[in-house]
Design a protein around this ligand. Structure first.
Ligand code: CTP
Ligand code: MG
Length: 263
């Protein structure tokens, strides 16, 4: 009897989640307005070619190929705006609704993007274009948790022990490793949670390096979703080597999958 009860409530939850998934309208805000100073390259890092495509295009394609995402707003450097002419047609990004100028900080760019999303939007997914190995499956995984809890952040469990240091570089504390998660993107929120968090941050002149930080500050619970180490961010030259190796590995994997499907 108890087992049956659990099974029924499980089915009900599943049905409710399906219903919710059906009526969601997810807007993606993709951030590519940074200067890439740590990359020290001649071109901004979003334009560096990886496997035949610029870094930001890999990110756009992951959101394009994620069924739940209905529109994409791309924030870019004002002086690079003209470079993006024709990008949607060239790479088949039919969901790209607008390419706009970002702001001086990441938070400014995200807020500018947020202001351009549709009135129909139920959820907003903010993503760093530089995190170009994101996959539609990772986006869906984070979205599922955002649908349940209102806010969710892609993360990677820390495999290193983390040290908190003071301004002189001396260790002041060591958090327990099992509780340390490294924040990634996408970070996905109910649109009204994002709005409330962003306006609270502006009112309090809050300085944060990610969107989850704004929601945490406003008192919202944010669910951490493990997306693994492959969801890395192109920040320094060495990251390009890791990214190329991962893309190569994925290619080989999909070739192997095809071969075994033919057998
Ligand atoms: N970003 C943005 N607007 C800014 C600053 C950053 O849209 N004013 C974007 C970047 O393009 C990147 C993401 O936010 O996709 C994460 O930022 P980061 O990795 O720090 O990129 P940059 O700021 O470009 O690099 P750096 O800090 O090395 O200068
Ligand atoms: Mg930066």
């Amino acid at each position: 009897m108890i087992k049956l009860k659990y099974r029924l409530s499980g089915c009900l939850l599943y049905a409710l989640r399906k219903l919710k998934l059906k009526k969601t309208f997810v807007s993606a805000v993709i951030l590519a307005a940074g200067s890439g100073s740590r990359m020290q390259s001649d071109i901004t890092k979003q334009w560096i070619m990886l496997d035949g495509k610029p870094v930001f295009v890999h990110s756009l394609l992951a959101f394009q190929n994620c069924g739940k995402v209905k529109e994409i707003i791309l924030c870019v450097r004002r002086e690079e705006l003209a470079l993006y002419d024709g990008v949607a047609e060239r790479y088949g990004i039919s969901k790209l609704k607008a390419v706009i100028a970002g702001g001086p900080t990441r938070s400014d760019s995200a807020f500018r993007g947020f202001k351009k999303i549709s009135d129909k939007s139920t959820h907003v997914a903010v993503h760093d274009a530089a995190r170009c190995l994101v996959t539609p499956e990772m986006i869906t995984k984070v979205l599922r948790q955002a649908l349940t809890f209102g806010a969710a952040v892609a993360c990677c469990k820390s495999t290193d022990t983390v040290k908190i240091c003071d301004s002189n570089g001396f260790v002041s504390s060591t958090p327990e490793r099992s509780s340390v998660f490294l924040a990634q993107t996408p970070q996905i929120f109910e649109t009204e949670i994002y709005r409330a968090s962003a306006y609270t941050a502006i009112k309090e002149s809050l300085v944060v390096t990610d969107d989850s930080g704004m929601a945490e500050n406003a008192g919202f619970a944010v669910k951490a979703v493990d997306c693994g180490k492959e969801n890395l961010k192109i920040t320094e030259p060495v990251d390009l080597i890791f990214a190329e190796a991962i893309l190569d590995m994925r290619k080989k994997q999909s070739e192997n999958d095809k071969k075994s499907a033919q057998k």
